[in-house]
Structures are given as structure tokens and as C-alpha cells.
Design a protein around this ligand. Structure first.
Ligand SMILES: *Cc1c(COP(=O)(O)O)cnc(C)c1O
Length: 416
């Protein structure tokens, strides 16, 4: 029996028409109607990101000696992010494909350090609040690390006393988030890092969401307790540029306090017939597109641009948060520390907030539903500037559907 053949080729225009036709049922993120998964700082920024990606999509970040262009851009991107996070001459890191790769590498690096220092006496574990991102769970699964989840406090922030109590001799990593995804609050990083200092273990700050926004909000005068490399004991920080960096997908940065810790992330082998092989992350071949896209958007937006988009996103987020705080049927989970917020029904016995989510989705909006407890989650960005007022009108009009209707739970990510 032969292979199942492709049809013969067609004209490129036919291909592109078909590509566009597939979009019909996709969420409309370019129109500012989506509060998860995709980010936009306007069509001009998007055009820069996409054009830069296109120009370098075929270059391979696996070997930056062959592509000094990619090495140069990666170095500048890493250096820019290190500057935002109060890094110093020792701060070192690489670009990754995003938050998940960064967090999986964080778990791996912690295992490597513990092995290097020869101090494991049993199964390694990591201590983290229930709010820390699911990708850490993935890293724990990949590298057979026990994930010790510690319930958050009533204000959704990490319970640092309980975290300290959960640490033992086989703890290799402790984690805080700036901000955590589910309710959008920043953990007490200084308290978490001090636990790491006392036990001489790695402390990761997951700033995948806040790593771009927090430095600019701080510059705009918002008060935040130090959460970055200013805090002694923080050993690594992850920042996603394909979120609030407004770059194309496949772009994150993972920074370590020094090169020794960074080397725990790196993989090297010559144990095959192909010669010395080294790579900084999980991927082998990786597109130069995401590196170029990140570099280009950083260059295009610059200091003034990031200040503007951070302020825009923050203003929209606080406007929505204040609206929900004053809403008769809805309850804000926490006042947002940055640009993420979450809300449920005020009367959870009578009202299912997922019914409201369903009604809004039927009107062409899209957002995450999460829980427990049943919660609607909004990731607010600069691309909502022209749409958020209409969103609030629709929210008010739809809220009464919660009377007697139950909704569907949706998922944050899928496997099919
Ligand atoms: C998005 C996110 C991640 C995971 O990043 P991906 O880019 O989806 O792989 C990790 N942590 C936080 C806080 C996030 O918001």
C-alpha cells in the first residue's frame, strides 16, 4: 500500500485565501475583544512584530555562532530585560520560547544545582503557592520533583509562613509570582526569598505577566515592594515578551542572578557522532523570528512607548476593576496590582458567573473562566483602549442572565 498522498500544489493566493478562511470562528483578538491568550498594542506595533518575525523566521537560534545577528539581538533583548529587573554585571540569561519553557527550565536548573551541591537525600521537592502557574507543575512532572502546593491567604497572596513550614532538607526551589495569574496580585517576594536565603536554595520569581509592566508602573509612581533582583535571595526571574512585551509568540526571557546559576539551565553533550552539541533551553532548532520580533518591538516602542502602553493597560484595568467593585451582582476577587483581574458572582449560591461569561462570549468577547471558585478572568492590555467601554456596557446588560442560568466552565488550555 502506498502513502496517503497530498493533493497537487495550488497557487499561493489560493493558499492564503484558505488560511484566512480558517479564521472565521477564531476569537477576535486583533479587534480588542479578547481578554486572554493574545496581546496587542495597536496595529502599528503588530505590524513591526510580524514583519520582523517574517524576516528572520528561517534563521536558526540553535547556533548563534552561525547567526551573529541573532546573538546580537538576543544579547540586547536579555540586557534590556535585565535592566528593567535591576540586574547587575553578573545577571545572565537567555531568551526562551515563553513562560512554560522558562518555568520548566527553572525546575530543571534547581535539580541540577541540588545535584551539583550534593545535598539531596530523597525525592526533591519545590514549595509554591496554589496560585503559581501550571507550567511549574509541568516542570515538576518532567523532572520528577514533588510540587508542594501551599494554599494562598484570604487576599490570594502566598502564605509565606505556611511556605516556610513546608520547606525541608529536600526542598530545591521556592516560587513567588509578580503577579500571579489567577487573581492578579503580587506575592510578598522579600518574604519568599528570605526563606530561600535561609535554606540556601533557588528562589524563582515568575514575572511572566508583570516583568514588563511592573517596572513601568513603578516609574509612573505606583508603589510596589521590591520584587526583582533588588531582593536578596531571588535567584531567577522569568519575563514573557509575547505578553506585555507585545512581541510575536514564542518569546520569553529567563534571567539568573549569576552565570553559575545560569549554567544549571544549559545542556551540553558530545556523546553522539555529531560533535559537541550545546543548547540553552528545551528546543533545538528555534526560529530566529521570535528573537527578531522581540528585538524589533523593544526598539520600536522604546521607553516612551512602553510607558504609554503600560499606563493605558493599567488605566483600563483599574476602570474595569472599579466598575466591578460597584456592581450589584459581581464581586472583584482582588484589586489588581497590575493589569490582570478576576471576578465572580456576589451571591455564588444563586448566581453562576460562567453564565455571564457565556453571554459575553455570545456577543463576541472572549475571556478565561477559572476556579475554584467559579471566576471570570481578564487580562487587560493596551489593545482594549477602544473597546473596554463597550465591554462594560455589555457586561451590565448581560449580568442578569445569571438569574436562573448556569454556564460552562471552559478551559485555559487544551490538548487536542
Ligand atoms: C502565561 C504565564 C506563564 C506561562 O507562559 P506561556 O507563555 O503560556 O508558556 C507562566 N506564568 C505566568 C504568571 C503566566 O501568566
Amino acid at each position: 500500500m502506498g502513502i496517503r498522498d497530498l493533493p497537487d500544489g495550488v497557487d499561493a493566493n489560493v493558499v492564503f485565501e484558505e488560511l484566512e478562511s480558517f479564521r472565521t470562528n477564531d476569537v477576535r483578538w486583533r479587534d480588542g475583544r479578547v481578554f486572554t491568550l493574545a496581546y496587542s498594542a495597536g496595529p502599528d506595533v503588530l505590524a513591526v512584530a510580524e514583519e520582523a518575525y517574517r524576516r528572520y523566521s528561517g534563521e536558526n537560534g540553535l547556533n548563534t555562532a552561525a547567526f551573529p545577528s541573532l546573538r546580537h539581538m538576543q544579547n540586547e533583548v536579555v540586557d534590556t530585560v535585565a535592566g528593567w529587573l535591576h540586574g547587575d554585571d553578573h545577571t545572565a540569561g537567555f531568551m526562551t520560547s515563553g513562560g512554560t519553557e522558562s518555568l520548566v527550565l527553572v525546575v530543571r536548573a534547581a535539580v541540577k544545582r541540588a545535584q551539583r551541591e550534593g545535598r539531596l537525600t530523597g525525592t526533591p521537592n519545590m514549595v509554591l503557592p496554589t496560585s503559581a502557574h501550571a507550567a511549574l507543575e509541568k516542570g515538576a512532572d518532567y523532572f520528577s520533583v514533588e510540587a508542594r502546593r501551599v494554599p494562598v491567604r484570604g487576599d490570594w497572596r502566598a502564605d509565606t509562613d505556611a511556605m516556610r513550614a513546608a520547606v525541608d532538607d529536600n526542598t530545591i526551589l521556592i516560587v513567588g509570582s509578580a503577579p500571579q495569574y489567577p487573581q492578579g496580585v503580587v506575592d510578598d517576594i522579600a518574604a519568599i526569598a528570605s526563606i530561600a536565603t535561609d535554606h540556601n536554595i533557588n528562589c524563582h520569581v515568575d514575572a511572566c505577566m508583570g516583568g514588563v509592566t511592573l517596572p513601568y508602573l513603578e516609574k509612573l509612581g505606583l508603589p510596589f515592594a521590591p520584587w526583582d533582583f533588588r531582593v536578596e535571595g531571588v535567584t531567577s526571574i522569568s519575563v514573557d515578551l509575547h505578553k506585555y512585551g507585545y512581541a510575536s509568540k514564542g518569546s520569553g526571557v529567563l534571567l539568573h542572578r549569576n552565570k553559575t546559576l545560569r549554567n544549571d539551565q544549559v545542556f551540553m553533550t558530545d556523546n553522539w557522532l555529531g560533535g559537541m552539541y550545546g543548547s540553552s533551553g528545551i528546543l533545538g532548532t528555534k526560529s530566529g523570528g521570535s528573537i527578531a520580533s522581540s528585538w524589533a518591538v523593544l526598539r520600536y516602542l522604546g521607553n516612551d512607548g512602553y510607558t504609554r502602553v503600560a499606563r493605558t493597560a493599567r488605566d483600563i484595568a483599574t476602570t474595569i476593576a472599579t466598575h466591578i467593585q460597584g456592581h450589584p451582582l459581581l464581586a472583584l476577587r482582588a484589586y489588581p496590582d497590575t493589569t490582570l483581574l478576576a471576578f465572580g458572582a456576589k451571591d455564588e449560591k444563586r448566581h453562576d458567573v460562567f453564565a455571564l461569561a457565556d453571554a459575553l462570549i455570545a456577543r463576541g468577547w472572549y475571556m478565561d473562566r477559572q476556579g475554584p471558585p467559579a471566576t471570570v478572568h481578564l487580562t487587560v492590555h493596551a489593545g482594549h483602549a477602544d473597546t473596554y467601554r463597550q465591554f462594560l456596557l455589555d457586561l451590565d446588560e448581560c449580568a442578569s442572565v445569571m438569574d436562573g442560568t448556569t454556564g460552562s466552565a471552559g478551559t485555559y488550555a487544551t490538548v487536542d
